[in-house]
Design a protein around this ligand. Sequence first.
Ligand code: SF4
Length: 209
Amino acid sequence: MDAGMCLKKLQYVGVLEFATADGQGNPQVRCISAIHYEKDGIYFFTARGKDFCRELLADGRVQILGYTKYKEMIRLSARAVPAPDEEQGKWIRTIFEEQPYLSNVYPGKTREIGIIFQIKDGEIEYFNLGVRPIFRESYTFGKGRIVPKGYRITENCIQCGACEDHCPQGCIEPGSPYLIRQEHCLHCGNCYENCPVQAVVRQETTFGL
Ligand code: SF4
């Protein structure tokens, strides 16, 4: 798996959820299918009058989520910016050709109310719940960076084994200290709650861009 394969899978899913925050910090989620995929990122269409557009112009941070029939969750965290003015027309034509229903929604010249945003830097989290043990991995494209998540075990570990016994995915290995195999970790926190000496710590999460 890699970032390119994840983008391909999102393309197959087709309709993706785009999450932004409004001016009051309230979550806002939309289903978007007016998306064009390139090797180095994605382009999507919305209308300049929509709250979605206003939120993207004001902040730009967006999370995009797709879920496949194989129980794969793919989440892209990024900053969206308007495509360059000289490319707007080209990407609008491309997206309308790929998504013919858009000509029904915006017939004729009304499509000119549209704006294309592009995402060329981002982090992609791949999370497969359809295999055992579950599998997760993170990738980047452009200038994106991976933000550590979940839990890790510190040197305070006394090797009692309680975390290993409580892990639903069997992803904790004995050692000094014990080790969480991050690629199989659910981030459920059962190790964290059952460690007698608080040797399991939560990794701080911030937005990567
Ligand atoms: Fe180490 Fe805590 Fe796990 Fe015990 S429960 S093995 S002390 S991390």
